[in-house]
Write a protein that binds this ligand. Structure first.
Ligand SMILES: Cc1cc2nc3c(=O)[nH]c(=O)nc-3n(C[C@H](O)[C@H](O)[C@H](O)COP(=O)(O)O)c2cc1C
Length: 206
């Protein structure tokens, strides 16, 4: 296995930069709702992306992720369920209407939750693993040509969301992920260089 990886990554001339295609995918990934609301995302593609997402590292091999794929009229029902929270809270009608239509902004919404661990540390690590799975999903979606958008907010702790998705009450919802075929590109973003401090003597470059 290791041998075959080395073969793929090393060109005879040594001129191939093995990281560059991944760098491109990572740089292309943006949070975007500029998507075709009608164009179908094939089920097979979604299934593949979730298998890729589930390759994320997870301490103690708890495989803590739960995915719910919400499409078609399911998005309307989700909006209706969450609008009910706003009705209960006596929010303005315009806000309630907005909530009803919210999940129609993309053809696919994937609810992602993390299961509770046996103790607080494991619960935190499960959530970390699910975040890693979401990022893997986003990168996979980007590689497949899809736009993606990770959203959170008040809905994450809604009992109605848990019930709609069939999550346990002890599960933590980590995000609602919108996916769709892009119709545009979001404006560029300025990313500060990450803080990196070297500790120890760096190895000599070969
Ligand atoms: C945990 C998490 C929650 C997020 N929740 C929201 C959200 O509720 N609404 C939103 O507009 N963006 C949300 N985002 C997306 C960020 O706003 C976005 O990543 C950031 O603006 C950088 O843009 P980029 O993803 O295009 O690089 C979330 C991102 C993360 C990691």
């Amino acid at each position: 296995m290791v041998g075959s990886t080395v073969l793929i990554m090393t060109s005879p001339s040594g001129s191939v930069d093995p990281l560059s295609s991944f760098e491109q995918v990572a740089a292309q990934r943006r949070s975007s709702l500029l998507v075709d609301r009608e164009r179908v995302v094939p089920n097979e593609l979604l299934d593949r992306l979730l298998v890729v997402a589930a390759t994320a590292p997870n301490h103690k091999r708890t495989f803590p992720w739960r995915f719910r794929i919400i499409t078609g009229e399911g998005r309307l029902h989700l909006g209706e369920a969450l609008a009910q929270d706003l009705i209960d809270a006596h929010q303005a009608e315009a806000k309630i209407e907005k909530a009803r239509a919210k999940y129609l902004r993309a053809p696919v919404v994937i609810a992602v939750a993390a299961v509770q661990g046996e103790n607080d540390t494991m619960t935190a690590e499960n959530r970390d693993a699910v975040s890693a799975a979401i990022q893997t999903l986003l990168l996979g979606a980007t590689a497949a040509g899809l736009a993606s958008y990770w959203s959170t907010g008040a809905a994450m702790t809604s009992t109605r969301l848990h019930e709609f998705c069939g999550f346990d009450h002890s599960d933590t919802v980590v995000g609602l992920i919108y996916l769709g075929w892009p119709t545009g590109t979001p404006p560029p973003i300025n990313r500060p260089a990450p803080e990196v401090i070297r500790i120890g003597t760096p190895p000599a470059t070969p």
